[in-house]
Design a protein around this ligand. Structure first.
Ligand code: FE2
Ligand code: FE2
Length: 169
């Protein structure tokens, strides 16, 4: 009869505590992505003005990308024997991405996006550090997502720079 021996790594029963901690980090990441989807949908629709079109298009694309991130985080939570939380556990944090008073206030949205992306970059960098030598699979996935967020932030920093040069930000 074959005895099933627990493998090494994050699924080892000796690492249950580490696994639960990684799940907590992933749940936070999952909520950040979900809130970003909400904020980017509203911004991509609400903005008015000729020059806002580029920002709106970019955010419309990002909605799909952030949704994909949320789904990847959810899958990984499940793989680590966690449970993807229900909507009642959601609590909003992106005060900086609420609709501006004037829907032509593109700069408000650009700054909000940069702040959201920065928050994600900080949290995901933390996950990469904490999973080092503990859970290389989660680490690998988060590195990929982290790169997407760095790209998003860089793009919006470029948009902001343009407004700053014109003295509009
Ligand atoms: Fe994301
Ligand atoms: Fe992003």
């Amino acid at each position: 009869m074959t005895t099933i021996t627990p493998g090494r790594g994050i699924f080892d029963s000796a690492n249950a505590e580490a696994r639960e901690h990684v799940v907590e980090l992933l749940v936070k990441a999952y909520w950040m992505e979900i809130e970003t989807v909400m904020s980017y949908i509203s911004a991509s629709v609400n903005l008015d003005g000729v020059r806002a079109q580029e920002i709106k298009e970019s955010l419309t694309e990002d909605v799909q990308e952030e949704l994909g991130h949320a789904q990847r985080f959810a899958e990984r939570i499940k793989e680590l024997y966690g449970v993807v939380p229900g909507s009642e556990e959601f609590s909003a944090e992106q005060s900086f991405l609420q609709p501006p008073e004037e829907q032509t206030d593109t700069v408000h949205v650009i700054r909000g996006v940069i702040e959201a992306e920065t928050g994600a970059i900080e949290h995901y960098t933390g996950i990469v550090e904490e999973t080092e030598g503990v859970d290389p699979v989660t680490q690998d996935m988060v590195i990929e997502i982290l790169r997407d967020e760095q790209g998003h932030r860089r793009l919006f920093e470029g948009f902001l720079r343009e407004y700053e040069l014109e003295g509009q930000a």
